[in-house]
Structure formats: C-alpha cells, structure tokens
Ligand binder design. Structure first.
Ligand SMILES: [Zn+2]
Length: 600
C-alpha cells in the first residue's frame, strides 16, 4: 500500500473505511465464514475445525457436510437398487443472515461462500464453495499418468502406464459404486495416442477426442460414470494437462468436479441455478477447493503450471462476479474469492528466505504471486465500487491474515509421548481410531486446532469421568503452554483455549474441548490432523504449502474495507453479519453476537 500499488484500498483506508478484523478461534476458513454467515461463534454454529470425529466411533468426518449413500437398498443379483437418494446434510447450525434478508423481501445472491454446502433452499440464490467434494467424495483427488518414474503421493492417484506403439490406456477414477455389491471403484477408460516426434497427443474418452500439444491444457471435458446401465450415472467434468509427451508421458488430470449441469449432490439454491450459470457461461469448476494445491505439493505441477490452473478457476469466478455486478439493482451480492488464500498458502516460501522450503529459482520465478493476489483484491474492490451508486454500501473483507509455516507439529505424537494418547502397542505408531487403545486414552487431536477429551458418556469408549474433566483439562493446558521447540527453544503455542471459556455455547456432542493457537511459524501437521501418530513431534516444513493461518487468532488478523466510515478499530466476523442485516433494517435473531460497524 505504501508503494501506491493498491490505490483502491489506500483510498478507502484514508477515508476511514478500514479496520482490522478479528477472526474466530480457530482462525480457519470453515469456522470463520460460518460465523460470518450465522453471527454465532464456532461453538454455536458447530464448525470448529475442517474435520471432526464421530463421538461414538472416533471416525474422522468432514465438518461442513455429511454425505450419506441411499438409506434403503434392495439387493438384487449383484446390484443394490436404491430406494432413496444419496444425501448431503449441512452441519452448520444457526440461520444464515441471507435467510433473514430474503424473508424481509431483500434479494440475495451468494457465490462460493465457504461452509454453505449443500445450500439450503430458502430464497437466496446460492452457489456453494469450500465444502463441496469431488466425485470421489474427497477434498480433491487429481490423477497422474506416466510411463516414467512414478512419484509417491498419498493424495494423487498415480498410475504407471505402458506406451506401446504410441498408445497407452489409463483409468480415470470416479468414486465408489454404491449400487453394486462390494461398492467397487467406478472408472472410465482413457486412451492416449502419442505422436512423440511432433509432440502431439490425443486423449480418447467416452467417444470424445481431445488433442493436446505438449504443455497444453484441455478445456472441461464432460464424463459420465455409469453406476447402473441405462438407469443411473454420475456426471462429472475434468481437465487434462499434457505435461510431457517425449521422452516420457506425463499426463495430469484435475479432480473430477461435479458437473454444474447435473450435479450429483446439490451445490446450488434454488436447484437448477448452477445449470443456469453453466448454460450462460459454459462449464465451470464446482469443487470447493479448486486450486490444485495437492498436485503442486506432490511436485506433479510446477509453480507456473499451478498458477495457470489457479488462474483458470479465478477467470471462471470473475466472469460470474462481473456479470452479477453489472446486473445488480438492489439487495445483497456476496462473492467469495479463494485465490488470495491458496496463493499465500503455496507461495510464502518464495519471498521468505528464512523458510525451510525457500528455493532461489522458485523465488525468482514466482515471487510476485503473493503480491499479485493483493493487486487482484484491489481490482475486485475497484470493480465493486464502480458498480455501486452513492446509496450502495460496499464491504471488502478477508476472514483472516497469514503467517509463515516454518515447522510442523505432530500434536498426536506429543499427546502419545506425554501419556494422554495410548497406542495399541506401546511406543507404536499408526492412525486413529484403529491404532489407539481407547481404554487408556484421555485426550486426542482431530483437525488442525482441536483437542477432544476421551469423555465418558460422550466418546464411544470414553474414560474421563465428568468429575475429572476439569483437572485433566487444567493439566493439559499447563503442559501445552509450557511446550517448547527443542530445536529453537521457542514456545510452540501462543494460546490454548478452553471452549467452555471462549464460546458462548457448545454443541454437546460436537464441540472440541480445547482449541490450540500455535505461535506464528508453527502449525499442526496434516498427518496429525488426520489422526496419525509417529515418532517425531516437531519437524521442519520443507513442503510447498508454506504459509498458514490455522494458528493463534491474535497472530492472523483479517481486514475490512468499506466505502463508509467504520467506527471500531477492530471488528469481529459476527459484526459484519449484524451490519449486513442493519443495512436493510432487519432484526438479527437472538443468537447473533455481533454489533454493526457503524450507526444505522
Ligand atoms: Zn487458508
């Protein structure tokens, strides 16, 4: 801003339309946006981390939505005939502010806001964002086909193929077939024909042919995974990238997104809105986290290839945003852009020489990526202001800031080493829930910030009696606060929060007992977040995922800009909810915690 490169933000700040934004505890996007949507804290809306455990079984599940196969099946000669539909249920409690607005006759359009899948039909037009899975039910599983050395990756489906006479056959996976006994994998054959001399390839898939030169991306390709011939198919869209044809075949495919023309689960409200958008703009990404951070982290996409893929997603979002702005007459238009978040996660390492993942070539070629996304924010804000007349309020905000992630903490390993989490074999490693000895476990971690006690009457094999809860928590909090990194001597946690002290209410079976606020530079590892216990407790983060915000709330404030003067110096996310309602003189419901950021 001081270099004059963010003129819109500078202008707004100087006119008084600026304040810091306090994120939620924890400052994770699913929790933070759910607070902005409902005006409740995470204890009230229930999304306290990106994943949680099922209390009875300790099974790891997505916190935003629960997806279930058809409840009633009729077995019939190897098939299971569905007598009901597959369903997805939004796990967010509390009413969305746009429901209150539409009830009062205020039109609302809501694009890609996290923690809103599946969107409830009510009145607002909505397209879901973070929380929408791919066709395999994951947060995003890309594929990679090669006849060369196969990289090791847990999240990328790597297939070794043989090229014979310029021809190879591969499979594109599409999730499990719940209509078949044993739920086998659904897949489609992908035939690849290569002219290695001229470096041109042809992909043949379901009767369609896609020609790609080396280094070229395809557009969206529609695919259908047949679940039961002539009866049921799952519709998806996928993009291919011909990374290399010679000397080796290196072919990448994005995760298979729901087809907006015919989504497998509801991603829109009213139903059919996504189809309308696709008819107007062509096919577009629907996966909640569409930038393929997984493929970049696995070394399958390079920095530039990742940025190209990410820019494609941004273009699709921007087309809809710009049309929505042009057509906006009255009401509320709410659009979320995730590029700024993902770019900082992946490219912090390019401008911070202290980072263990810092590499000089990366720094040279991609160091503007992070600054570019601030410029993008400034441009989007300018577009909104240009579309607004003097009676229209514009609010631009980010739900959290950013910090480096130098070191990763295997929290469950620490819990195991310190006697809170017992493994089936003493000193053993493995993944929860199966590898744990629950009869001797008092506390465990699930998600990037949450700790649960193994509580009697709540967890399936709970051992902590309600009367002992407070003592166990006090000891755990004290030991975590004292935890230091043996390599640097620094304190690992800047804050340890008891949810019975920081949340106004707690959903009894869901709310974790503690939320950990890591000091800047530290963050829980993904392996610990998904329940793994291993030898090490803290290690250097040399990965591409190098910046983060799932740490202590005080270390990662967000920002709010507006074309109106903002009164407080710091606002909370629930204050934005209250402000959005006050604009139309709509009363918040009794559970909403915030206060407007200006007098009405
Ligand atoms: Zn993020």
């Amino acid at each position: 801003m001081s270099r004059g490169e963010l003129p819109t933000f500078l202008r707004l700040r100087e006119a008084g339309g600026y304040c810091r934004l306090r994120s939620t505890i924890p400052p994770q996007s699913p929790s933070a946006w759910a607070t902005l949507i409902t005006g409740r804290d995470p204890g009230g809306h229930g999304i306290c981390d990106f994943v949680e455990r099922v209390p009875q079984t300790y099974e790891l599940v997505n916190s935003i939505a629960r997806v279930a196969p058809p409840r009633h099946m009729l077995p019939l000669g190897g098939w299971r005939l569905p007598l009901s539909q597959s369903s997805a249920t939004l796990q967010r409690s509390g009413r969305a502010f746009w429901d209150l607005l539409t009830e009062a006759g205020v039109p609302c359009d809501v694009y890609r806001v996290p923690s809103n899948f599946p969107p409830a039909e009510g009145g607002a037009r909505q397209l879901a964002g973070l929380g929408v899975p791919d066709l395999r039910g994951t947060l995003g599983s890309p594929s990679y086909y090669t006849d060369g050395p196969a990289p090791q990756s847990e999240q990328v489906t790597v297939q070794s193929v043989q090229v014979v006479d310029g021809r190879a056959r591969a499979r594109l996976l599409g999730g499990r077939n719940s209509l078949r006994e044993g739920r086998p994998d659904l897949y489609i054959d992908v035939d690849v024909y290569l002219d290695r001399g001229s470096r041109v390839g042809k992909i043949a898939i379901q009767g369609r042919e896609v020609l790609l030169r080396q280094g070229e991306w395809s557009g969206w390709v529609s695919v259908r995974f047949t679940m039961m011939p002539h009866v049921k198919a799952a519709a998806g869209i996928v993009r291919f990238y011909m990374k290399e044809i010679a000397p080796q075949l290196k072919l990448y495919a994005t995760p298979v997104h729901f087809d907006p023309m015919d989504p497998v689960l509801p991603i829109d409200a009213p139903r059919g809105f996504a189809r309308e958008l696709a008819e107007r703009y062509g096919p577009f990404h629907t996966l909640g986290l569409p930038e393929d951070t997984t493929a970049l982290d696995a070394g399958i996409l390079s920095d530039q290839e990742y940025l190209h893929q990410s820019a494609g997603c941004l273009d699709e979002s921007r087309r809809m945003w710009e049309s929505a702005l042009n057509e906006f007459a009255r009401g509320t238009l709410f659009h979320y852009f995730g590029t700024t978040d993902r770019t900082q996660h992946m490219f912090w390492r390019t401008f911070d020489p202290q980072h263990p993942g810092y590499d000089a070539p990366g720094a040279r070629d991609a160091r503007s990526a992070v600054e570019d996304c601030y410029r993008l924010g400034d441009e989007l804000a300018r577009e909104a202001l240009e579309a607004a007349d003097e009676r229209t309020t514009v609010i631009v905000l980010s739900d959290h800031g950013f910090a480096p992630m130098y070191r990763k903490v295997h929290l469950n390993s620490w819990l195991a080493r310190n006697g809170y989490l017992a493994m089936g074999e003493p000193g053993g490693s493995g993944q929860l829930p199966d590898s744990a000895d629950w009869s001797r476990t008092t506390a465990f971690g699930i998600g990037l910030n949450a700790i649960y006690l193994n509580q009697q009457g709540r967890e399936g094999r709970g051992i902590v009696a309600p009367g002992d809860r407070d003592a166990v928590l006090r000891r755990l909090v004290a030991e975590l606060q004292a935890l230091r990194d043996p390599e640097t001597g620094q304190r690992v946690l800047a804050g340890v929060y008891r949810t019975d002290q920081v949340y106004r209410e707690r959903i009894p079976m869901r709310t974790p007992d503690l939320i950990l606020g890591y000091a800047a530079g530290y963050r829980c590892s993904v392996s610990s977040a998904t329940g793994w216990v291993q030898d090490q407790v803290i290690e250097a983060n040399t990965g591409k995922w190098s910046g983060d915000h799932c740490i202590d709330v005080a270390a990662v404030p967000g920002i709010v800009f507006s074309n109106r003067r903002i009164e407080p110096e710091v606002a909370g996310l629930a204050d934005i909810t209250a402000t959005a309602l006050q604009e139309f003189r709509v009363r918040p419901d009794d559970e909403m915690l915030g206060r407007p950021i200006w007098r009405g």
